[in-house]
Every structure is written in C-alpha cells, then in structure tokens.
Design a protein around this ligand. Structure first.
Ligand code: MOS
Length: 709
C-alpha cells in the first residue's frame, strides 16, 4: 500500500544526476557502444567536390575487400520519401534522403555507404572507394550585399518579418542614430559524443538505437522517410553526450536503416568528428545591419535589424537573428527582417539559441554603441526602453518581466557603479582593461507532451516519457518534479526516457523540453494521487495513468513568454599581441523556477562559456578553391578551452509560477549564450576604445584595429 505523505519540495534543491554513477563508471552505454549479435558496420563516403555529378564509382574493387558486405549508393539505394510534413509541419531537409540521385550539392555530401563486418574493414574500404565526378564550378562565398539574396520565408518558430510604425520617419526624427554592420562566422556544435545509430529489424519492427534529442521525433521522421507504419518503428536514445541542436534525424540513422533493411542484420553507423563538420548541420555565418534611432536621452524611436544567413541549394534554413529586438526594446517604429543566400554548402541547422545567439551579438553591440553616443549608461539605456507590452506584438507579458531586475542584481554584484564609462583608461601592465554588459532573452514555451505514470505494488513509481537527456540533467529534473508532484521522496521515483514507445512528447530543444515534460509528468501525478485513495491496494502490475497536455497548452492565452538575463564581462586586451582574455564574467538570469540548481548552473555557465568562445575563438573556415573546410577537426576549429575561461558566475532570481503558467518552469539551455558574446565585445571596446563588429575578435583583428585607432 502506498502512503501519500506531503514532504518538503525537492524542486529547487541540489541533486546529483540520477544516472551520474552509471556515467562515471562506464556502466551507461552510449549509442555507438551497445553490443548486438551479428552487428555490421557502415562507413559513409563523402564527396570530395563541392558541386557536380557522380559519373562513376569503382565498387567492384571495394566489394572484394576483406569483410565488405555491400556498398550502397545512388545506383542501388532504397527509395526515401521527402514529401511530407515533419516536426511542427516542417518539410524535411532532403540532405537526409541518402543516395537518391547523382547530384553533389556540397563538399562532404554522402555519396556511398560501405558496410563490412568490422568498423575497421568498413573504414578501409570506404577510404579505398574511388568515385569519379563531373565537377562544376561552385560558390561558397558568403557576403553581405549579394544580389542573389532573397527574403526568407516564415518558419513555425519565427515570422521572417515583423514591423510596426514608420521606420524611416522615426529615424529622420532621431537626434542620435547608430547604423552599423556586424558579422558572425560559421560555427559548429561538435557535441562530445559523435552521432551514432544502430538499426535492426526485429520481428517485423524496425528498432533504432540512437543518440538524439527526441526519439519520438526521429521515429516519426524515419517512418515518413521509409514509408513505414509509425507503430512499426521504435527509436531509443538512453544516454546522449551533447546535442545543441545537431541531433535530429541525420544521414547516419538513414544510412543504418537502409543497410539493415538490405542486409537483414543490425548495422551501426558512427560519424567521425571530421564527418560531423558536413553531416550534422552548423550555425550559418551571418551579416547583420542594425539601425537605431533615439532621442538624446537614449529613448528609442526606431529599431531596425536586418539579417542575412546562408543555406544550401537543397533546403532553406533560417537563422532568425532579428528575434531579440522584437522582445527586448520598445521603439516607436520597429522593422526586423531576414534574408537568405543559397550556396554550395551543407544546410545549416539549429545550434544553441539559433538566431538569438548571433542576433544578440549585433543588437546588444548596437545598444552599447548607442549608449556611448548618447552618453548614457548602458543599463540606464535599457531601463529607458523597457516595454509595457510586447514591443511589436502588443501582447501582454506573462508574469512579471524581470530584465531590469537582472541588470540591477548583476550590476550590484559586478561592481558596475564604480565603472568609468570612458574607454581605454584602465591598465594593468601590458593589459588594457574594460567591462561590458548585454541583455539576454529567450522564448519560454511548452509543447504538448504525454506521459505515463505507474504506482508500483512495492510503493515506488515509474514514469515513462519520451523525453531526452542530452546532458542537461533532464532525467534528474523530472525525477524531482515527479517526486514533488507525488509527495514522495525522489528515491521512490524511477524515470524512464528516450524511447519512442512512450508516446508523443516535446524534443529536447528550443529550451522547451523540461517545461513541456514537467507539465505532462505533473498532470499524470495529479491523476494518480486521486486514484491512490488511502487503503487502496495496488495490483501486482501497478496502477498506470496517462496524461496529455495538448488541451491545456492549447487553452493558454496568447502572451509574450520569455526568460531574461544580464551578462557582465571584464576583458583584458594586449594591443601589442592582439590577445584578448576574459577575466571574469557574471550572468544573472530570470528563467522561472529552477528545478535543480546543480545542473542549472551548468547550463548557464555552459552557455556563457560558448559566448566567450563565440566572441574570441570559434570560426569554421571554408577554402574557396575546394569549397570544403580548412581544418575540420578540433585542432583547426578553435574554441574556448579551460585556460580561456575564467571563473564564471551564474545565478538567478527567484521567479514563482504565475496565473499564466502553472508549471513555472522556463528553459535554461539556451539563454546563457544569448548576449554573452556582446558583453565580451562591449568589454573589449571599453578596454580599447575600438569596436569589433566581426566575430571572432582574433588577435590579427585587434592588431589591425589598433593600427587604425
Ligand atoms: Mo536546440 S538549438 O533547440 O538543441
């Protein structure tokens, strides 16, 4: 019999990861290391040209190599369907439809899969496969002002254009105008665990063991791609070593399914770090123009943000850079819009704070430039432009808007009041010192999800939900949420995730996983507690209830729902070597109820670390001659490593659930990077008096700028 005793809440208290011991002892198995009998290994062969056609492929020689079982290519591949509406009604990127034609749209395009008995045999054969191409001239030159750029289409997450008022008229009336162009480079997710999938047919069912951000998502896409009954496809993804937007349906799952279907045995496809640079998406480079018009005191009359990103020739992907301005600042006129240019490159994809990360660099740098021009403190400037309702939508904000509270608390803790606003004054030996700040915001929503909860006869509870823990601590968060909702201790709750058989649920994405899943888990617990009347006996197979939050979420009123944050950074710049060091960084966030402070701090600090990395290091370079990356590995692709990252402090304001949001949980996976690069760039300006409008702020750029200053 189960006794339901109210306990103190576990949500909000630190809890180590429930699977932490398994992970550190190696007991937790990742997708690429789960054993299967008769397992075969597939190795993808990628194009060496950036554009053209496959003329011929010397498969005979490779088929004769030791252990080789088959070579799949456009001449013998299974049909893959791409004419369907997938996640959120979006058409799939046809890049995942492997081997359907002989065209090569970019360097690193998959042209064949070699399958062999061992991974080593597959790799050796794949590297020996000679492919002949009819090469065509390619174009990978991303630049602003290209005549072939065109207005982006709306996406389910972002209207391409948002406007109100008469922008040009307000700019003309403005005493102070900032008109500046910013660029950000191509950036890559490179999660620690490379993408890996094993596919096998088992009793008429396709089972895929994978590393993804949503098993139910990958299951749905694979069913559509291979025209299968969704009920006959099961995707599992128990432990995931990072995703950041790159772990949806990609070439490796499709390759594994195709090979397993042809060979009638389990097939595993694991990507190499190098292959990930062309196969799993990336963040597009951007060119952005921001025009701000203001009264002398800094009150905004006009806010314009125009952004350009690239996409491949096969699929349109929008990096919605102009979103933050639609939320952050009031202005009499707003105009925010996006354009796209299509090049002979892989399709970009979502990467941690898609749009907001590069967009906030431009907008929050421009705000800092405006503060400088008006002679107004950057925080006072934000206070002067705080909106009462959605700046463009006019919709009310859900709950209280805590952006300025974040700035006030951050300023107090960072010592902002002591700052001399004049740049280039502070020095420590060879270092010029400066401080900078920037705002952060991210959409806070919830998507319909289902969960099942079982009261077991032994007094424990089992939760089943198709959630994904991509390293965020989601499994632990849901354990605490379920424990509180059931009024039991977390040790009596077992949370099973990462299995498409558990039914529809939100993916780990858009910073909406935990809020969406928590809602479903709470709803299930509420119902289960009603069923567990005192004295009720539980049958041997337990009592199970199911929840579905579709109706509750559809019934929510239309509101502006966001999290907020304020970043503070101190930078040291050596203008004789061009070296930039971040000396300290503080982020204060308002992101709803924080479920587990231990893993939440991880998320914020991780995002801020990316911000430093984005500001100073990250940049994937394409060789215009080959159209391929230069240094597609973690030696050639620089990112902030331990020695580059100072003590980062992240903290948050208490935010209680409000009437608009009974769960009170907002996402925390992405907001940490939003505005972080701008805070660093603004600190570099304050240190040197030189504005860097192109990221990363490399030593050569610091030196070059120094010569002109
Ligand atoms: Mo994310 S870019 O929603 O994984």
């Amino acid at each position: 019999m189960t006794t339901v005793t109210p306990l103190k809440g576990f949500v909000g208290t630190a809890h180590t990861r429930v699977e932490g011991r398994d992970k550190v002892t190696g007991a937790a198995r990742y997708a690429g290391e789960i054993p299967f009998a008769e397992l075969a290994h597939g190795w993808l062969v990628l194009s060496t040209v950036a554009r053209g056609r496959i003329r011929a492929m010397d498969t005979e020689a490779v088929l004769a190599m030791p252990g080789v079982l088959t070579v799949l290519h456009h001449g013998n591949a299974l049909h893959v369907e791409t004419d369907y509406a997938g996640l959120m009604g979006m058409k799939p990127d046809p890049s995942v439809a492997l081997f359907q034609h002989d065209r090569v749209p970019h360097a690193g395009w998959p042209v064949a899969l070699v399958v062999a008995r061992t991974s080593e045999q597959a790799r050796e054969a794949a590297e020996a496969l000679v492919v002949h191409y009819d090469q065509e001239p390619h174009d990978v030159a991303f630049a602003d002002g290209r005549p072939d750029a065109y207005p982006a289409a709306d996406t389910p997450v972002a209207p391409a254009v948002a406007a109100k008022g008469d922008l040009e008229a307000e700019l003309a009336r403005s005493a102070v105008v900032v008109d500046a162009e910013y660029t950000t480079p191509e950036e890559h997710h490179s999660p620690m665990e490379p993408h890996a999938a094993t596919a096998r047919w088992d009793g008429g069912r396709l089972e895929v063991v994978d590393s993804n951000q949503g098993s139910i998502w990958v299951q749905g896409e694979l069913a559509n791609l291979f025209s299968l009954d969704p009920a006959s496809v099961r995707v599992r993804s128990e432990h995931i070593g990072g995703g950041f937007g790159s772990k949806g349906v990609r070439a490796h799952q499709v390759a594994a399914v195709m090979a397993a279907t042809v060979l009638h045995r389990p097939v595993r496809v694991v990507l190499t770090r190098r292959q990930m640079f062309s196969l799993v998406g990336y963040r597009s480079p951007t060119a952005q123009r921001v025009r701000l018009g203001a009264d002398p005191d800094g009150r905004l009359r006009a806010l314009e943000h125009q952004a350009l990103n690239l996409s491949s020739t096969v699929h349109e992907f929008l990096e919605p850079c102009a979103l933050p301005g639609r939320v952050l600042y009031d202005a009499d006129a707003h105009h925010t819009a996006h354009r796209i240019v299509r090049l002979d490159v892989p399709t970009p994809t979502w990467m941690r704070a898609p749009g907001e990360a590069p967009g906030s660099f431009a907008l929050e740098s421009a705000l800092d430039e405006l503060a400088e021009k008006c002679g107004v403190d950057p925080i006072d400037l934000r206070a002067r432009n705080e909106p009462e309702t959605g700046p463009v939508s006019g919709l009310p904000f859900a709950g209280r808007r805590l952006l300025l509270d974040c700035f006030r608390e951050g300023a107090r803790r960072f010592g902002w009041a002591d700052r001399d606003p004049r740049p280039g004054l502070r020095r420590d030996g060879r270092w010029l010192l400066g401080t900078g700040t920037a705002a952060a915001t991210f959409h806070a929503g919830a998507f319909p999800s289902t969960a099942a909860m079982t009261a077991e006869a032994d007094g424990t509870f089992t939760v089943r939900i198709s959630a994904a823990d991509i390293g965020t601590g989601a499994r632990t968060a849901l354990t605490l949420i379920a424990a509180d909702a059931l009024h039991v201790t977390p040790d009596r709750v077992r949370v099973l995730i990462g299995d498409s058989d558990f039914g529809p649920a939100m993916i780990a994405g858009g910073s909406m996983g935990t809020s969406s899943w928590a809602w479903a888990v709470t709803a299930a617990a509420d119902e289960l507690r009603e069923r567990l009347v005192p004295g009720a006996t539980i049958p041997p197979d337990g009592i199970t209830v199911r929840s579905d939050t579709s109706a509750a979420i559809a019934a929510r009123s239309q509101k502006e729902r966001h999290s907020y944050g304020a970043h503070f950074a101190e930078a040291a710049v050596d203008v004789t070597t061009g070296e930039v060091r971040v000396r300290r960084m503080l982020g204060i966030f308002a992101a709803g109820r924080i479920v587990n402070p231990l893993t939440a701090r991880n998320q914020f600090v991780g995002g801020m670390t990316w911000g430093i990395s984005m500001a100073l290091h990250e940049e994937a370079i394409r060789d215009p001659a080959s159209g391929a990356h230069v240094g597609a590995d973690l030696a050639g692709y620089h990112f902030a490593a331990n020695a580059d990252v100072p003590l980062i402090e992240a903290d948050w304001l208490q935010e209680e659930p409000n009437a608009d949001d009974p769960i009170g949980i907002k996402g925390i996976g992405e907001i940490g990077i939003v505005g972080a690069a701008a805070a660093v760039a603004n600190a570099v300006w304050h240190a040197t008096g030189v504005r860097h409008r192109s990221l990363p702020i490399r030593p050569d750029r610091v030196l070059q700028a120094g010569r002109h200053a």
